[in-house]
Design a protein around this ligand. Structure first.
Ligand code: MN3
Length: 247
């Protein structure tokens, strides 16, 4: 026991002496120790929820393999990296809304992965096999705001089409109860203090290539058109009611 301890000291001293500073290996090891300590004190406020339907449930609009890779790899990576980024920091005690309201103060890893986690949760909830129709009451609200459902679809599709590179298209409600469409780059969302147009997201559409490339290749417009068939308007409306009633 004593002998091996001395050996470690000697190896450490040698690494230190040979390079003039602690070797990368030692730094890496220290980082790992710190992370493990943090893990013990981490109150996990965030969960990785199950997909609300099977991978193939949104066929033929969104294919099985895209859903499987999107959920089990992309979404999972955002979640894991988000937890890693907040573990052991004061951020882990905040709600997602609180984190996004102050996102400009936090590291890029929190913004990108926290956004990725939240945006995808909403995206999965926003979809259902063959879609779920909206109520007459909600349809009236949408028509009053956008002129017609066709106009809403057009504006929403345009937000997705004109988002250069990767990002999201949104239907939101603002603090005054007005519905509006916007788009954000990367994994940003309208709850973030850095968003150009701020509001509560009701409907999210992922326009990253990973959301459609396997089936639609470069034809983003076809994917956007197909997405319209799987929207769960009941969930969108519930989010709207909740947001209005919380004001
Ligand atoms: Mn995605």
């Amino acid at each position: 026991m004593k002998k091996s301890f001395i050996t470690i000291i000697m190896i450490s001293a040698f690494s230190f002496a040979s390079s003039g500073q602690p070797s990368n290996e030692i730094i890496h090891h220290k980082k790992q120790e710190k992370m493990e300590t943090n893990k013990n004190t981490n109150k996990i406020n965030f969960e990785f929820k199950a997909l609300p339907y099977a991978y193939d449930a949104l066929e033929p609009y969104i294919d099985k393999m895209t859903m499987e890779i999107h959920y089990s790899r992309h979404h999972k990576a955002y979640f894991d990296n988000f937890i890693k980024a907040i573990s052991g920091t004061p951020i882990e005690n905040l709600t997602l809304n609180e984190i996004f309201a102050g996102i400009s103060n936090y590291p890029a890893a929190v913004r990108n992965n926290g956004g990725g986690y939240y945006n995808h949760e909403l995206f999965w909830d926003n979809m259902a096999p063959n879609g779920v129709k909206m109520s007459e009451n909600f349809e009236k609200k949408l028509v009053a705001q956008f002129g017609s459902l066709e106009k809403l679809k057009e504006e929403f599709a345009n937000a997705g089409m004109t988002r250069f590179g990767s990002g999201w298209a949104w239907l939101n409600v603002d603090g005054k109860g007005n519905l509006f469409i916007s788009s954000t780059p990367n994994q940003d969302n309208p709850l973030m203090d850095i968003a150009e147009k701020k509001g509560t997201p009701l409907l999210a559409m992922d326009v990253w290539e990973h959301a459609y490339y396997l089936k639609y290749q470069n034809k983003r417009a076809d994917y956007i058109n197909a997405f319209w068939n799987v929207i769960n308007w009941k969930v969108v409306e519930e989010r709207y009611e909740k947001s209005i009633n919380n004001k």
